[in-house]
Write a protein that binds this ligand. Structure first.
Ligand code: SF4
Length: 536
């Protein structure tokens, strides 16, 4: 019995025709990780329901039987350091790593997913085609456009695909630098018939994604996932999940969500409600009412995350009744001044109330999530985080408190994309750890070094290709990245430039040619509002 035969499918794959396009759709990690990605499931099933596509899945540990003639190889890319596995899978398939080295007989390598949508540039050399935006809109257009030039040569195919909104062909754009180690001065298409800018595509329908496969082999065993909201209207100024995916979209409860939940519960009792902030759904209360009904008694319910001021006693009760013990809420900081800077519309009494509600509703634990190194942060802001946690602990005896804490990482297409990572963040993580552990609060810091690597990739340009190829053999530690920068010194800017320096708003950004949902002027306006709070 193979791992694939243990799957329960919630869709009917088509039988491919004789002429079908041989396609491999890969997830650059193990099967258990890839099959737990709702994005991967959706794109795979969208390919599998087409009779003009013969699709096989490929993971780093297992694969389905692969087509003899492969024309398309796709990757769903959702974790930055999985690039190592992308390169390994390309080698396994005997495909040159660089798009420039591929010939007519090689498949077209396409990619999509959160990492590429945020900033494709560090990985641009490895892909022929990058799909920017929601798969619901892009995938069919991509396949239709490919069909139109299926028998043409590679260069004609790429030029044709570049005309489709949201389809980015990195090799058709030239990046000009002031010098090898200097900033970008311009990004231009190689030819006048290539659009100078590529607009990320947005799906505007009101039915959102649900699992297309359920399996005990998933990292979240037997989970059936339902996307309750897409994007988040709150616009905290560091938040990619909000800025890059706007507008905020919600499916109707009675017409979409409940029927979708009922479909999934026919094959499993584990239900995961997903979204940047699921309780933002305007009818979330009625979703809770429905899930409290007796027919859902056996359901084990998990929520991805909730906004702090929507953690009501009713929500806590429903979760406790449906086998959840804890809840995660992001407070970002205990300092109200800092929350104003980042546009997090939340105050300390609301945070305290959320913890009280969790306890009253029967939950056993609350995990708070915060950041250090946010723009404008001062030592005093850290003390406010410690004081707030102490206060919550003293007023909610019996509730297990955890504070997960990471370092601020600038993300493309957000108002904080111009800010670098603060060096003192590392010291501040340690200081918080020391102070909170004495209070008996479980402190779980995310590695500072990992945040530095994330920032490098998040603000990187195409000159990182060589760095990524070197660190592939050195290992994925920050030390490996530093070693690679030393080796390529003089060929690209420093690690400090990409990660720690604040960038000027006049500077050409590596993703300047990619249009997110908001114009740059809106991001600048948010940045200036933040700066005016910082200056006080
Ligand atoms: S509330 Fe959460 S998801 Fe929404 S913008 Fe703020 S950080 Fe992002």
């Amino acid at each position: 019995m193979t791992i694939f035969s243990r799957e329960q499918l919630l869709f009917s794959p088509a039988s491919p025709t004789f002429e079908a396009i041989g396609t491999i759709f890969a997830f650059p990690n193990k099967y258990s990780v890839g099959i737990t990605s709702l994005g991967y499931q959706i794109i795979w099933s969208s390919l599998a329901i087409r009779s003009d596509i013969q699709v096989s899945r490929l993971f780093t540990d297992v694969h389905e039987s692969l087509p003899q003639e492969v024309e398309l190889v796709g990757f769903s890319f959702s974790w930055e350091l999985d690039y190592v596995n992308i390169l390994q899978l390309l080698e396994f398939l005997d495909i040159p790593l660089h798009s420039q080295a591929r010939e007519n007989e090689h498949p077209l390598v396409f990619g999509g997913g959160p990492v590429l949508t945020a900033n494709p540039e560090p990985f641009a050399a490895f892909f022929d085609v990058i799909l920017l935006g929601d798969g619901e809109v892009l995938l069919d257009q991509f396949i239709t456009a490919y069909q139109e030039v299926r028998n043409a040569n590679r260069s004609t195919q790429l030029t044709h695909l570049a005309q489709i909104p949201g389809i980015y062909i990195p090799s058709l754009y030239q990046i000009n630098y002031e010098s090898a180690t200097g900033p970008i001065i311009s990004i231009e298409p190689l030819d006048s018939n290539i659009p100078p800018q590529i607009a990320k595509q947005t799906y505007r329908g009101n039915t959102l994604s649900t699992s297309t496969v359920v399996t005990e082999e998933a990292a979240w065993e037997n989970i059936y996932m339902v996307e309750v909201v897409r994007s988040c209207p709150e616009m905290c100024r560091f938040c990619l999940a909000s800025y890059l995916t706007l507008p905020f979209r919600t499916p109707s409860v009675e017409d979409s969500l409940i029927p979708a939940i009922d479909r999934g519960l026919k094959v499993t009792n584990r239900l995961g409600l997903l979204g940047a902030s699921v309780t933002q759904h305007p009818e979330f209360d009625s979703i809770l009412d429905r899930l409290a009904e007796p027919q859902y008694e056996e359901v084990r319910l998990s929520l991805s995350s909730v906004r702090t001021n929507t953690l009501t006693e009713k929500l806590a009760k429903t979760l406790a009744m449906r086998d959840s013990r804890s809840i995660t809420i992001a407070i970002e900081s205990g300092s109200e001044r800092l929350r104003q800077i980042i546009n997090k519309k939340l105050n300390n009494p609301e945070i305290l109330q959320a913890a009280t509600n969790a306890l009253a509703g029967g939950l056993k634990a609350v995990k708070f999530y915060a950041m250090v190194g946010l723009p404008g942060e001062q030592e005093n802001d850290l003390q406010e985080t410690v004081s707030l946690l102490k206060k919550i602990k003293s007023t909610t005896t019996g509730l297990r408190l955890t504070l997960g804490c990471s370092t601020f990482v600038p993300k493309a297409h957000t108002p904080f994309q111009w800010y670098g990572v603060q060096h003192q963040a590392e010291k501040r993580l340690k200081s918080l750890e020391k102070q909170l552990r004495i209070q008996g609060i479980d402190f779980r810091p995310e590695s500072y070094n990992w945040s530095v690597i994330q920032a490098l990739i998040s603000r990187g340009d195409r000159r990182l290709t060589g760095i990524l190829e070197l660190t592939r053999s050195y290992g994925d530690t920050l030390g490996s990245f530093k070693r690679a920068f030393k080796e390529l010194k003089g060929q690209l800017p420093t690690l400090d430039y990409y990660v720690h320096q604040d960038w000027s708003i006049e500077q050409v950004l590596p993703w300047q040619h990619i249009l997110g949902p908001l114009p740059q002027s809106t991001l600048v306006k948010h940045l200036q509002d933040a700066q005016s709070y910082i200056e006080g």
